[in-house]
Design a protein around this ligand. Structure first.
Ligand code: ZN
Length: 326
């Protein structure tokens, strides 16, 4: 079951639906706890989850910054294309891996590298460059060479396989490569590259295909998020060409959005002084609400999990917004 967060009602709902795993956006444990005490609410709920064999996994900022995560989905939902990251928090470090392989094992090593995720460039996988050459080595005392004999210099026809590997999978790629290679000592080189890998970060920014007014954009957000009311800062006639979005609480990103050419920031939790500051710097804000900007988590997470045939995914029906408008 997917839900924006897990409270007592959501956990009851999960138990009644025989759910094995609840996935939430907001953390169930936000501030650290030192003990699980069934006399307080949080402890009681943890106890209930354990007793009923319900696992709980919270994604939060990992999913905010991820490619195809919550902010990308928000952009998709309101129909904005080609968005860029507003605030890059991490860029992947890339390595070049070159390994020397006897002819008999070239295909085995190449497929091990490809299967472990090396050689991804854009929409291409299994990218390698192969060049033929001669490998020379002398097995020393105590060695157990795959080719050649102790004490004799050997020359072998080998292929140098070069590929690109992101840092996060480097350890796994090297161990798979060594596992598929016949030599006792695998000769390979690793170079850190200046090429930049993919980035993740907070918020998104996108140029509209056609400019619109702040009023029209606000109405569009209302419609796309099924809202009756929305709070707007700025002159409703302002022409909007570039839109920045930060789901949840993102009013502190208004300056950054402005510097990158956005006329408006769409976010939640906007305070009075945030709004005044935005007006002073000539920026508009659409405050679509913390809840409304993130409750769409259920839709995007269900869509993602529905790709896995073996599991059934349901969305929680519990309405979690603590605020009411009367
Ligand atoms: Zn939030």
């Amino acid at each position: 079951m997917v839900s924006l967060e897990a409270n007592e009602n959501v956990i009851e709902e999960a138990i009644n639906n025989n759910v094995d795993l609840i996935i939430t956006h907001h953390p169930f444990i936000f501030k650290k706890i030192n003990k699980i005490n069934t006399s307080d609410l949080k402890g009681k709920l943890i106890h209930k989850l354990i007793k009923n064999d319900v696992a709980l996994y919270s994604m939060h900022t990992n999913f905010d910054i991820a490619s195809d995560g919550l902010n990308d989905y928000f952009m998709e939902r309101i129909g904005l294309e080609n968005s860029k990251i507003l605030d890059i928090t991490n860029t992947e470090v890339l390595y070049k891996l070159a390994v020397y392989v006897p002819n008999s094992h070239v295909e085995a090593v190449k497929s091990a590298l490809g299967a472990s995720g090396a050689g991804h460039i854009g929409n291409y996988s299994h990218c390698t460059f192969n060049s033929e050459g001669i490998g020379n080595f002398k097995p020393l005392d105590g060695s157990n060479p795959f080719i050649g004999n102790e004490g004799i210099i050997e020359s072998v026809n080998e292929v140098k396989i070069e590929t690109i590997v992101p840092q996060r999978i480097l350890g796994g790629v090297i161990s798979k490569m060594i596992g598929s290679h016949p030599y006792e000592e695998v000769a390979y080189d690793l170079y850190k590259l200046e090429n930049k890998g993919s980035s993740v970060g907070l918020g998104r920014i996108s140029r509209l295909n056609e400019s619109t007014t702040l009023e029209n954009l606000s109405n569009l957000i209302k419609e796309k998020l099924n809202m009756n009311h929305i709070r707007v800062v700025g002159n409703l006639d302002t022409l909007i060409n570039k839109v920045a979005v930060v789901t949840g609480s993102g009013a502190d990103m208004v300056k950054k959005a402005g510097r990158q050419g956005a006329e408006v920031l769409i976010t939640g939790d906007v305070k009075y002084h945030d709004a005044q500051d935005a007006l002073d710097m000539g920026m508009c804000i659409i405050d679509c609400g913390h809840f409304e900007s993130e409750d769409i988590f259920k839709d995007v997470m269900k869509r993602f999990l529905d790709n896995i045939e073996e599991i059934n995914v349901i969305k929680s029906d519990i309405y979690l917004n603590p605020f009411k408008i009367i």
